[in-house]
Design a protein around this ligand. Structure first.
Ligand code: ATP
Ligand code: MG
Length: 563
């Protein structure tokens, strides 16, 4: 099993155990001295990429970059069952969006079917593969166990007989399951992957690119090493579940006689709490309408994260900082959010948006008068500049920014209290008006016309600052607030029904929100920090000028603690 290799602290531009192996291999006298480092990212196009894949994408592409090498993007469409061009297109878009470029090196695993078949014929001819006629049930019953070898009565059948049957398998003479082609390796091996594994099976299923050309398909463990070898991959970087398959990988490369011999290196898969990272489970959420689609902003797919307002940089930073190791661990979802917050804090334009509005009237501010205040676009950015924001007697403020009878430590509007209106005047609350049902319909305040905007009256310490939007100019918006899609921290656990772990309150839609006038024409992929409420982006699907829709990407403060 896995030797646990300690990695260096993951920091920007860090090296890790994969880099150490590569440097050993490319050093003078190493197994690929003088060769260009060549990696690949080989997704199966049976769903959209998720944030787990972004770890593999970043490792493969950045490793190639680090050594001036190449990284292929390969659709592993060996299995004909579930592939779809929608997924192929989405995968290409996502990898490009993350900022990686495969140049001309885009491939389909199915393009090697002919060569792989020829190489399999070669194995049969060398007596290294045979046609086995155990039924699937018999095959299982004859796998043996620890210390008990597997059995196949067909193992020693003449080469000519296997060859004849294999060609007839390809010609479509037999039913699915009637026979398989098995590599002749070692029925006694302690590694069950080496107990004469099946390398071809019969499947009378059309392939999305090959049509009905094939009715036999190579198994992943046979196809994958050959795809790597035929593309000249020097280092095949994959997740840890393939570790026990590495001897078979090496066997296939060795015995088919392909010229190029890639080296497989495994790293731990990424797990994140409060989510599932399996295309099969994600597809179920989509197909059974638990979410609105693969790009529902609550999903952990890259398409959804893009729509949610994640930046490529934040995901690359996340992948870099979780590091590369052999030890599987669960990363906190809060850390992913932390990486996003950090990126947006530096880059997002600030704006004021009132999510649950109530009117504030400054009763001694002249009707019809307006002022324009210049407010910082981004205090974190010295070149961020300012924007004009219009102020008037009637403003929208958050309902929760007024309490007639304040709770302890409440610094916002309550009768008698002074509050700063962000970037504008300081006002003193004088009370409120209520409707027949007792709901506050209007909060009332006064300002001191004799004071310059922003200055507090003599001797008054103003503790609270609230955001606002002038009612005359504010534009309406719909705002979607998201919570974790799952309320259970480990919905992916094998013993759990992940659908039962769904959070019923993962989406809250607020309508009639009021955003400052400057956002009227905002369009995706714009990101904003709405003061005090979080980072938001314009929804790329549903927002149009006049009917704005914002998604909350992440709240301002998270639960992630920097250690
Ligand atoms: P899924 O269960 O989501 O379908 P998969 O491993 O079957 O995952 P592939 O399309 O075969 O998905 O993945 C392509 C590559 O991405 C593989 O090399 C795989 O190791 C890697 N990968 C997939 N999920 C993760 C993850 N959570 N962390 C790191 N790498 C991953
Ligand atoms: Mg898969």
């Amino acid at each position: 099993m896995s030797e646990h290799i300690k990695t260096t602290e993951p920091t920007e531009g860090s090296t890790n155990f994969i880099h150490a192996f590569i440097e050993e291999d490319t050093a003078p006298g190493g197994r690929c001295a003088g060769e260009t480092v060549h990696t690949r990212f080989p997704p199966e196009p049976n769903g959209y990429l998720h944030v787990g894949h972004s770890k593999a994408i970043c490792i493969n592409f950045t490793t190639a970059q680090k050594y001036g090498g190449l990284c292929n993007l390969r659709m592993d469409d060996t299995n004909p069952a579930k592939e779809d061009t929608e997924y192929v297109d989405a995968i290409r878009e996502d990898v490009r969006w993350l900022g990686f470029d495969w140049g001309d090196n885009f491939f389909y695993g199915s393009d090697y079917f002919d060569t792989q078949f020829e190489l399999a014929v070669g194995l049969v001819e060398k007596g290294m593969a045979y046609v086995c006629q155990l039924s699937p049930e018999e095959f299982k019953a004859n796998r043996g166990s620890v210390g008990v070898p597997a059995v196949s009565p067909y193992r020693n059948r003449p080469v000519a007989e296997s060859l004849d049957l294999f060609l007839r398998m390809k010609a479509g003479e037999f039913e699915a399951g009637a026979m398989t082609l098995r590599a002749k390796i070692d029925l006694t091996s302690g590694n069950f992957n080496m107990r004469d594994p099946v390398i071809y099976r019969i499947l009378h299923t059309d392939h999305h690119r090959q049509g009905d050309k094939w009715c036999i398909y190579p198994m992943y463990d046979y196809a994958h090493p050959l795809q790597d070898a035929l593309e000249g991959i020097t280092h095949s970087l994959c997740s840890l579940e393939f570790e026990d398959h590495r001897p078979l990988y090496d066997w296939v490369v060795e015995h088919t006689g392909v010229a190029h011999k890639p080296r497989q290196i495994e790293f731990a898969r990424l797990f994140i709490n409060y989510t599932v990272l399996s295309k099969r489970k994600l597809r179920k959420l989509v197909e059974e309408n638990f979410v609105s689609g693969w790009d529902d902003p609550r999903m952990p797919t890259l398409a959804a994260m893009r729509r949610r307002g994640y930046t490529p940089q934040s995901i690359r930073n996340f992948a870099e900082r979780i590091g590369v190791s052999k030890a599987a661990s669960v990363v906190e979802y809060a850390f992913l959010e932390h990486c996003l917050r950090e990126d947006l804090n530096a880059t997002a334009q600030r704006a004021m948006a009132v999510l649950r509005p109530v009117e504030l009237v400054i009763t001694n501010y002249p009707e019809g008068q307006t002022e324009t205040f210049q407010i910082d676009n981004n205090p974190e950015d010295p070149n961020g500049g300012t924007r004009p924001v219009s102020f008037s007697r009637s403003l929208w403020i958050e309902t929760e920014d007024f309490m007639e009878e304040p709770v302890k430590k409440y610094n916002r509007l309550f009768p008698g209290n002074f509050v700063r209106l962000k970037g504008a005047h300081i006002v003193r609350c004088t009370g409120c008006e209520r409707d027949e049902d007792g709901n506050v319909v209007r909060v009332l305040a006064e300002y001191d016309p004799a004071l310059p905007a922003g200055s507090a009256p003599e001797g008054i310490k103003v503790r609270g600052t609230i955001h606002w939007a002038a009612t005359a100019t504010a534009v309406d918006a719909t705002v979607r607030l998201y919570d974790n899609l799952f309320s259970d921290p480990d919905p992916d656990a094998a013993d759990k029904d992940f659908l039962a772990c769904l959070n019923p309150d993962s989406l809250e839609v607020l309508t009639g929100c009021k955003v400052e006038a400057g956002l009227a024409d905002a369009a995706a992929p714009a990101n904003f920090q709405f003061l005090r409420t979080g980072y938001f982006c314009v929804d790329s699907k549903d927002s149009v000028p006049g009917r704005l829709v914002f998604n909350r990407s992440v709240a301002l403060k998270g639960s992630f603690k920097k250690s």
